[in-house]
Design a protein around this ligand. Structure first.
Ligand code: C5P
Length: 401
């Protein structure tokens, strides 16, 4: 079982998503983990310690000043006697406490005292997630090395509220836990990697932009797979609606020029995987004011200029990474175009795929790729994007070995 012998301290804070934590406990236990729950007072307003205790089959800790609990275990031991501290749901309030080092109840005290890895699954109203204070706290927590899973976009418990703020589903949280605790070999330990992902948005005026259908799923999966093999990964992502992968540092950009600057500022690295669907062109001069539609006027002509080619820049850079991987999203002559790209862009590997509309690859969950290198072409079967990512990460590790 994937989590056999693992001990997870699960902190449940007070949000409506606490009901999902009950299923989370079951899923973790199914995989062999031992789960010790800590509940905040808020959490106990949503679910009872009785049901949490029944599902985890263990004592539920709730009180910092419980003489019995302190005598038996003590909050310091609770904080250290585990492989991972998982906070699900993590409320805006608990995140604020964590970011500021407050310790006024058992959950926040344990979080301050722990020397274990901490993974949080935030859940809150989208307005609270977007609030400047929360965003500041998120930056602080990421800087402190706290792992994030979610939040996800979607409907909230409150009627009519949609946006970023839903807690990740229990199985997604379990996957993030497994990735963090993975015992597997770490052939990329000590290696640095930079990955680009998603589309870029090239502004026309303050409200309009040029974009494409890239979802970021493949690039994000590759960042995660490299991290799972031990690499220290920076993911430079264009605007996407999927969550930042756990265990990876994500930098958000909008335009190709910003993406290039972010990538170059992270050199030198050992590995570069440029997956982003960078817009080839941008509008020569994007306007500060919205272009007005005037009765009887001709539609405006957009003057386009070429964007910098990030892959090509990296492939020929003075601090070129040891291994440079590019993608070739083609709708025709996939192999021939892929081969040409290998030399032109200075890449070691080109992952070529057919993105014709009928393949459903762009934005979909599966990918069918050909790996093109100086050694020839290797056609992989139709695979889940996560599996393409794992195989590619393993291939990169082999090539670096
Ligand atoms: O030339 P084309 O856009 O087909 O090349 C695709 C590859 O080049 C991808 O790896 C993509 O991330 C990268 N690319 C880039 N910067 C651009 C255009 C493409 O990094 N401006």
């Amino acid at each position: 079982m994937a989590l056999s012998g693992k001990h997870i301290l699960l902190i449940i804070s007070g949000g409506i998503a606490a009901y999902k934590s009950l299923d989370l406990i079951r899923r973790l236990k199914e995989r062999g983990a031992r789960v010790t729950p800590v509940m905040t007072r808020g959490a106990q307003e949503f679910i009872t310690p009785l049901v949490v205790g029944a599902l985890s089959a263990t004592h539920v800790f709730t009180d910092l000043f419980s003489r019995k609990d302190e005598q038996d275990v003590g909050h310091i031991r609770l904080a250290r006697d585990c492989d991972l501290v998982l906070v699900a749901p993590a409320t805006a309030d608990l995140m604020a406490k964590m970011a500021n080092g407050l310790a006024d109840d058992l959950a926040s005290t344990v979080l301050l005292a722990t020397d274990r890895r901490v993974l949080i699954a935030p859940a809150m109203n989208p307005k609270m997630w977007m609030a400047k204070a929360t965003q500041r706290n998120i930056e602080t927590l990421k800087g402190d090395g706290i792992g994030f899973i979610g939040p996800m976009a979607g409907e909230m418990a409150e009627k009519g509220e949609v946006g970023l703020g839903r807690m990740a589903e229990p199985l997604q949280i379990v996957e993030a836990v497994e990735a963090l605790l993975e015992h597997g070999p770490k052939p990329l330990a000590g290696k640095k990697a930079i990955v680009t992902s998603g589309p870029t948005h090239e502004p026309i005026d303050p409200v309009r932009y040029i974009a494409n259908r890239s979802s970021g799923k493949q690039g994000h999966a590759i960042a995660k797979a490299l991290a799972a093999l031990g690499a220290e990964v920076t993911l430079v992502s264009g605007p996407v609606t999927i969550a930042d992968p756990a265990g990876v540092t994500t930098v958000h950009v909008e335009r190709a020029e910003q993406m290039l600057a972010a990538v170059v500022s992270h050199l030198p690295t050992d590995i570069a995987v440029m997956v982003a669907a960078v817009a080839d062109w941008r509008v020569a001069t994007s306007l500060d004011q919205k272009i007005k539609k005037q009765q009887g006027d001709q539609p405006p002509a957009l003057q386009l200029v070429e964007n910098p080619d990030i892959l090509k820049t990296i492939g020929h850079h003075a601090s070129r990474p040891k291994i440079v991987v590019g993608f070739a999203a083609e709708t025709e002559n996939v192999e021939a175009n892929g081969r040409a790209k290998l030399t032109r862009k200075g890449a070691d590997l080109i992952v070529a795929n057919d993105v014709s509309a009928e393949t459903g690859i762009m934005g979909g969950d599966r990918n069918s790729v050909k790996i093109i290198s100086a050694d020839g072409i290797d056609a992989w079967p139709d695979l889940d994007k996560a599996e393409v990512a794992r195989r590619l990460a393993a291939l990169i590790a082999d090539r670096l070995a």
